[in-house]
Write a protein that binds this ligand. Structure first.
Ligand code: DC
Length: 236
């Protein structure tokens, strides 16, 4: 099985780019953020999103599963397909909160590793190259520098773009979905989540060593996909 790890901050374009690259390569695209979002959804529904102990207790009684239909990922909470409910700003912030709880990360570890073990995957997250599949076949590192460095043997993918650029993309996405949001609020959410995700004690967002660096700020979607496919093919 071929495993590709892609890590980077919220809104860097990871999911769109990874989806496109996975389609081109015939791999399964795994969005691991959806797992943290599903736990957040469950916590929000139970009114316990700010109560760590209650979230940990909740893990004993919930069932989270990923499914793939025609190459599209679906996420199930206790058998209910919840993909449509996990993309709101409230759940985004909730996911950032629950993802800082070590027991939550532990709860989702085997699920992610099993998928990688049994499929050709492009797995997108924050700790895929560092924790989930540290022995990923293809390791590339994508960052805010325009200097792309191809390391020796393997590389991990780490995508980023400026906070303003990412907030702009997310804002557009939310407006298109009919959500009533202000750009300033989206930007401050992006900054707050970046801070949380990179400063938590467990599995913080950070590039792994020996990774290729790529910045998508100035690239179109197609150019970003082409860049990632090229990097993966070069290392396969
Ligand atoms: O990629 P996303 O925006 O859907 O992720 C939602 C939250 O989940 C994000 O704030 C960080 C967290 N996350 C994580 O900690 N580890 C992952 N592998 C994926 C997401």
């Amino acid at each position: 099985m071929i495993n590709v790890a892609i890590d980077g901050p919220a809104g860097a374009g990871k999911s769109t780019i990874s989806k496109g690259a996975a389609k081109e390569l015939g791999f399964i695209y795994v969005d691991t953020g959806a797992l943290y979002r599903t736990i957040a959804l469950s916590a929000v529904r139970n009114g316990i999103i700010d109560d760590k102990d209650a979230v940990i207790k909740m893990l004993e009684s919930i069932d989270v599963k990923l499914g793939f239909e025609n190459g599209t990922q679906c996420v199930y909470l206790n058998g209910e397909e919840v993909s449509a409910y996990i993309r709101t700003p409230e759940i985004s912030m909730g996911a950032s909160k629950v993802s800082a709880i070590p027991k939550v990360r532990e709860f989702l570890l085997d699920l992610q590793r099993d998928i990688a073990k049994n499929n050709n995957v492009i797995m997108d997250g924050r700790d895929i190259g560092t924790v989930i599949i540290p022995d990923a076949d293809v390791k590339i590192y994508v960052t805010a520098s325009d200097e792309v460095v191809l390391p020796k043997a393997e590389c991990k993918i780490f995508l980023t773009a400026s906070a303003e650029c990412r907030a702009q993309r997310r804002y557009k996405e939310l407006i298109e979905k009919g959500e009533n949001v202000k750009y300033e609020d989206v930007l401050s959410d992006v900054n707050e989540r970046d801070y949380n995700d990179s400063h938590r004690e467990i599995a913080p967002l950070k590039p792994s060593e020996e990774s290729v660096i790529a910045d998508t700020s100035e690239l179109t979607l197609d150019e970003s996909i082409a860049l990632i496919v090229k990097i993966i093919k070069e290392h396969m």
